[in-house]
Design a binder for this molecule. Structure first.
Ligand code: PEP
Ligand code: MN
Length: 288
């Protein structure tokens, strides 16, 4: 474990085409939970472009808790995503759930997402380690920070160092939110790991009414970006409508994140403000 008072590691940004994660400017990833149709994804993508959002998300292979729920469009969803990316120039991220899906996803998208249910799938992580494609690794909903970092190491030690970490909430006794978004965990990750860390307040809360608050809190607390679910008509979404922003919601979020980023850029970094005194003492972690 990292000791309280130790300086954080020098960041190692991850570049995907013209987008830099961990480069000092927060990255927004937005898009629907699932790719439902070309029109739906294109509408969300156009809203991204209009609001300066550079990365589009959307699941083609969906890890649904119930086998009776919509499972995603599969290969057709990947093809839609690729066409939309070609037309808009957006960088894309979508999930692979199994070793067999890795090559297919890597062919159609820029970043491979590994979901919360697969963070502990070490066979899958070992295969991803052999690729050059960047990986967005979500924290297991029952994983400690240490277990999360060990899962990251399956990728980096295996040879793929383009890894973006994503806090997406953990399961606790609380039920008013879908998960408990661990923003303290994000701050700790930033002190323990040089790789970029982003936050998914959609799955982290399950509630569209607090996405803005948690997004701003995440970025103010040092996250390198956010991933939010956005749907042209959340009430009609085939998946996760309750936690999806509508298009005006995305516009407002992008504006607020931009304003917060400008404010943060005008201030000394969190680490400079929180640094222990020059004597280098580790302190005992107590609050004076
Ligand atoms: C997702 O982002 O589409 C998703 C399924 O998230 P998670 O794996 O965090 O549940
Ligand atoms: Mn979802």
């Amino acid at each position: 474990m990292s000791k309280i008072g130790h300086p954080p590691p020098t960041p190692t940004p991850v570049r995907v085409k013209d987008v830099v994660f961990g480069g000092g400017h927060p990255v927004i990833i937005a898009g629907p939970c699932s790719v439902e149709s070309e029109e739906q994804l294109m509408t969300a993508a156009e809203a991204c472009v209009e609001n300066g959002v550079r990365v589009l998300r959307g699941g083609a292979f969906k890890p649904r808790s119930s086998p009776h729920s919509f499972q995603g469009l599969g290969v057709e969803g990947l093809e839609i995503m690729q066409r939309v990316a070609r037309r808009t120039g957006l960088v894309t991220v979508t999930e692979a759930m199994s070793i067999e899906q890795i090559a297919l996803v890597a062919e159609h998208a820029d970043i491979i997402q590994i979901g919360t249910r697969n963070m502990f799938n070490f066979a899958l992580l070992k295969e991803l380690a052999k690729l050059k494609t960047p990986v967005l690794l979500k924290r297991g909903f029952m994983a400690t920070i240490e277990e999360f970092l060990l899962a990251v190491e399956y990728l980096t030690v295996g040879g793929n160092t383009d890894v973006i970490l994503c806090e997406r909430g953990i399961r606790t006794f609380e039920t008013i939110t879908r998960n408990t978004l661990d923003l303290a965990g994000v701050a700790v990750l930033k002190r323990m790991c040089p790789l970029p860390v982003i936050v998914d307040p959609s799955h982290g809360t399950g509630r569209s009414d607090i996405i803005h608050a948690m997004s701003l809190a995440a970025i103010a607390g040092g996250a390198d970006g956010i991933m939010v679910e956005v749907h042209p008509n959340p009430a009609k979404a085939l998946c996760d409508g309750l936690q999806s922003l509508d298009l005006p919601g995305l516009r407002a979020l992008a504006r607020e994140v931009g304003a917060l980023a400008a404010f943060l850029a005008s201030r000394p970094s969190l680490d400079a403000r929180a640094a222990p005194d020059a004597s280098g003492g580790e302190g005992d972690g107590s609050v004076p």
